[in-house]
Design a protein around this ligand. Sequence first.
Ligand SMILES: NC(=O)c1ccc[n+]([C@@H]2O[C@H](COP(=O)([O-])OP(=O)(O)OC[C@H]3O[C@@H](n4cnc5c(N)ncnc54)[C@H](OP(=O)(O)O)[C@@H]3O)[C@@H](O)[C@H]2O)c1
Length: 150
Amino acid sequence: MVVLAVPAYHLTDTIDAVADDLGDAVLVSPAVGMKRDEDGMHYNPPGVGSVTQLAAANAPEGVPVVGAFHNLAAGRLAVLDADLDWDVPVVADDGAAKATVTDLVADLDGLRPLDAGGLENAAEVESLTPLLINVAANNDGLHDLGVKFW
Ligand SMILES: NC(=O)c1ccc[n+]([C@@H]2O[C@H](COP(=O)([O-])OP(=O)(O)OC[C@H]3O[C@@H](n4cnc5c(N)ncnc54)[C@H](OP(=O)(O)O)[C@@H]3O)[C@@H](O)[C@H]2O)c1
């Protein structure tokens, strides 16, 4: 598994840089395209619809791409004993690759993987991230937010 944990605008260059070494890896994209203005953060997807789809469009032939971890706040993840209780929507077109990433998420304490559909649905998942940042910024006592569905 190779996780593309780089800013969205460096994603394709990063894929190009590692392309020859990917072998039978699964590429995982947590990257979200955002822009900031005086109102806060806004979703700013690339022309193909989402950063996850951009990764898929630039992945070497036969290397599956899975979108996951878009909505996890790094600040809270870094607290290793934090009680996360977060959901992780996972999107992919390749069923085996989706299962691999889903199993990884399920193995992490406090994270529940949820099937959010195929790569066409990645924009809906990615666009939650600027919402989380805006809610955290505008409400006292809320920071490093994630999502939980029930
Ligand atoms: N931070 C969060 O809470 C969070 C949450 C959900 C999703 N994400 C997504 O996860 C991705 C990484 O987020 P982040 O907060 O870790 O971002 P970041 O701190 O801005 O960047 C992460 C790493 O990207 C590398 N990088 C920078 N420029 C690069 C380039 N030109 N080519 C290759 N690598 C480069 C840097 O590695 P070096 O230090 O080695 O240069 C840097 O440490 C982003 O796409 C973001 O949207 C972040």
